[in-house]
Structures are given as C-alpha cells and as structure tokens.
Design a protein around this ligand. Structure first.
Ligand SMILES: *Cc1c(COP(=O)(O)O)cnc(C)c1O
Length: 230
C-alpha cells in the first residue's frame, strides 16, 4: 500500500471514530505521525500529502531529521527526555509529551526562559504502574500539577499515556475512560482547560482511544509501512 493510501485510510478512520464518540465531540483530533526509524524521504512524502504534526522519541534521531524535513511542520517530542538534552530541542518542538519529573520540568522551564519561550508540555502517566516505564503514577497527577504549576515558562496542556502492550479492547477502553474522567475532574477543580489534550492512542488502538476522548493520536507503523524503516 502507498503512503497516500495509508494516510487516507487513517484520516478516514479518525473521522469515523470521532463521529461515533459520545464524549469530547467538539474537539478535533490531531494526527501525530511518529517518525522513529523512518527514512526522511518517506516522512517528506507524508508531509507533502498534508501531514502537519510529527513526533520523535529520541533526541539524536530528531536532530538528524529536523534540518532535512521541508515544509511547515510542527515537531512534538514524545519519548523519555534526559535533562541534559532539553537544551537541544527546546527551540525546535511545539510540545513535549513526556514530562514525568519535577527536575525535568524545572530544566524545561529554565531553558524556555533563556529563549523567551513558553513551552507547552504534557504530563506522562504510567497508567498501569508498569516497571521500567516512564511516567508518574495516576494518583499523583494533581500533586504533580500543583508542583510544576509554579514554573512560569511551561504551559501544562494535558496528559499522555502509553498503555501496556497486547491488551484486549475492553481493558484498553477502561484505561482510556479512566484518563478521560481524570481530565474532566482536573478541569473542574483547577484552572479550566488545564488539561486540554489527552495524547493517547497508537497504531493498534487509536480508534478506541478517540471514542474514549483522545485529542492527539500518535501513529507510526500504520502510517509509515515497515519496509521504509531505516
Ligand atoms: C513509537 C511510538 C508511538 C507509535 O507507535 P506505533 O505502534 O508505531 O503507532 C507512539 N508513541 C510513542 C511514545 C512511541 O514511542
């Protein structure tokens, strides 16, 4: 299948899932093309078809691609981020999806201040308390927001999750719904719309995530086929 066909299919499925959902009906779902391990010319093809938002999860790979990609695109950083690497990406990305420690938030704040930028961030949640996985605990979200709200050069924009692999639809639905409910609860108690975005849903589960209230879906494999991997 061509990239064009894949891209069309995904946009179609996003539309259908958006129309089916009973929550979050007024928001538009953002498609983030996840470019890890994908060659530049293939990414460029998707951009030429209209893809606007790209996500990378490794700093070095991101920097290698950043200069080569042409067009008006927004880069999102979605992977685990070490504090000493914030300075390399701070001026190049529109959103960091993976803030999971106060020290990281502090570093982003400091680097953003230096370039007079307000950095949009999402808080990564380790939704099932998995070992070896980044993210803060679900029951720590409010405390974490209270702690990092004091940083003036970051804008808290929402939450990001990566569900465990290989789970059934019913299980995933429960997770996505739990996160959506948290969004509503937080927005009711804190500054309205502090959680504007839920970044959840990947190639295998994005339709379910949208039906449950996702605002951003991060799609790699389904968009960029396997034989285009470097
Ligand atoms: C790789 C990756 C994705 C995309 O996963 P696919 O299954 O290829 O769609 C989404 N989010 C993060 C954080 C990733 O690292």
């Amino acid at each position: 299948m061509t990239i064009e066909k894949r891209y069309e299919n995904i946009l179609n499925k996003i539309n259908i899932a958006s129309e089916k959902r009973e929550v979050n009906q007024n928001s538009e779902v953002m498609l983030l093309g996840v470019t890890k391990n994908i060659k530049v010319d293939v990414i460029q093809e998707a951009i030429n078809l209209g893809l606007k938002n790209l996500g990378e999860n490794k700093v070095q790979e991101f920097l290698n691609k950043y200069d080569k990609i042409e067009g008006n695109v927004n880069w999102h950083f979605i992977g685990h981020l070490q504090r000493n690497k914030v300075k390399y990406i701070i001026d190049k990305v529109v959103m960091i999806h993976s803030v999971d420690s106060i020290r990281l938030a502090e570093e982003i704040d400091k680097r953003a201040f230096k370039i007079r930028k307000k950095m949009d961030i999402l808080i990564e949640i380790n939704i099932c308390d998995e070992k070896n996985k980044s993210g803060i605990r679900f029951d720590e979200i409010e405390n974490f927001i209270n702690e990092i709200e004091k940083f003036k050069n970051i804008n808290i924009k929402g939450l990001m999750i990566i569900p465990p692999k290989g789970k059934k639809t019913t299980f995933l639905k429960e997770i996505f719904q739990k996160v959506y409910k948290k969004k509503i609860d937080i927005n009711a108690t804190k500054r309205d719309n502090i959680v504007s975005y839920l970044s959840m849903g990947m190639s295998s589960d994005y339709e379910i995530a949208i039906e449950c209230g996702a605002d951003i879906v991060r799609i790699g494999q389904s968009l960029f086929k396997r034989d285009n991997i470097t």
